[in-house]
Design a binder for this molecule. Structure first.
Ligand SMILES: Nc1ncnc2c1ncn2[C@@H]1O[C@H](COP(=O)(O)OS(=O)(=O)O)[C@@H](OP(=O)(O)O)[C@H]1O
Length: 296
């Protein structure tokens, strides 16, 4: 019987458009090509923001593509049946997205020169964003309260598993020339510089007015109003008819409005323990804001 997830190798996956047999097929048979561009993330890290930016970089700021094709068709999720079917025989450069942890990923990636971008975000904000999304969605287990979801999250019993394991796994690719780590917080803080960094990584050059158009058309407000990007088309199916909103707040540090002092302290302790041996520059938000709610 379903417990609100489909399990694959001990990791919970969403219940829609996914089976363990399918994931095995993806893992064993999907072939990466050098010209592919892959966006990787733990859910709620800013994945769709990055898809929108990439779509606009490749169309040189022209919003026609983002206004006519749904975001999930522009960069399909490889692990879904829809994504795999769409991507596997596609000719030419492919954009794709995935939340799959590194140890379950198709091995062909590691032999290719495909460009890989891992978007990372303060896990406290991921927790809050995930909570408000899953309570209005129909494809993963719904938490009954933020307290309950907090427990699930720190135990890694949420969709795609532990944030700490996900990050540790993928950042082991740091240093490879086809791998870039970008944080949601740096995108928020200085979007222009972050987009320029992406262009450099992707080998793309934009004229100043093209860059301005990328920034304008991928802003939170623009995405919220774009029905091809705001997931309003999925209301009533994947999302709750009335309440489901994908574009929620789009800010950094919203966790401070929800964590209790005790939760903030528990999270800080776990964060410090689990990331002690990882480079601090991976977690810029830790320096940019007081992490403890009590220090607000
Ligand atoms: N343009 C732009 N600017 C700033 N923030 C943005 C933008 N687009 C999406 N978002 C915010 O990203 C959060 C959703 O993350 P993901 O796209 O990774 O979600 S998912 O895993 O694919 O479901 C979710 O964060 P929260 O608002 O904190 O819930 C979205 O609002």
């Amino acid at each position: 019987m379903s417990d609100g997830y489909v399990w694959f190798e001990g990791i919970p996956f969403p219940v829609v458009d996914f089976t363990p047999e399918h994931m095995r097929e993806v893992q064993e048979n999907f072939v990466f090509k050098d010209e592919d561009v892959l966006i990787l993330s733990f859910p709620k890290s800013g994945t769709n923001w990055l898809i929108e930016i990439l779509s606009l970089i490749y169309s040189k700021g022209d919003p026609k593509w983002i206004q006519s094709v749904p975001i999930w068709e522009r960069s399909p999720w490889l692990e879904t049946m829809y994504g795999y079917k769409t991507l596997k025989d596609k000719e030419g450069p492919r954009f794709m997205t995935s939340h799959v942890p590194i140890h379950l990923f198709p091995k062909s990636l590691f032999k290719s020169k495909a460009k890989v971008i891992y978007i990372i975000r303060n896990p406290r904000d991921i927790l809050v964003s995930g909570y408000f999304f899953w309570i209005t969605s129909n494809f993963v287990k719904k938490p009954e309260s933020l307290e309950q979801y907090f427990e699930w999250f720190i135990q890694g019993k949420v969709v795609f598993g532990s944030w700490f394991d996900h990050v540790r796994g993928w950042i082991s690719m740091q240093g490879k020339e086809n791998f870039l780590i970008l944080s949601y917080e740096e995108l928020k803080r200085d979007t222009r510089s972050a987009v320029q960094k992406l262009c450099q990584f992707l080998g793309k050059k934009l004229e100043p007015e093209e860059l301005n158009s990328v920034l304008q058309n991928s802003s939170f407000q623009a995405m919220k109003e774009n029905k091809m990007s705001n997931y309003s088309m999925l209301r009533g199916w994947l999302l709750d008819q009335k309440n489901g909103s994908f574009m929620r707040k789009g800010i950094s540090g919203d966790w401070k409005n929800y964590f209790t002092v005790a939760q903030a302290e528990v999270f800080d302790k776990i964060f410090q323990e689990k990331t002690a041996d990882l480079p601090r520059e991976l977690f810029p938000w830790e320096e940019w804001s007081n992490t403890s709610r009590s220090q607000r």
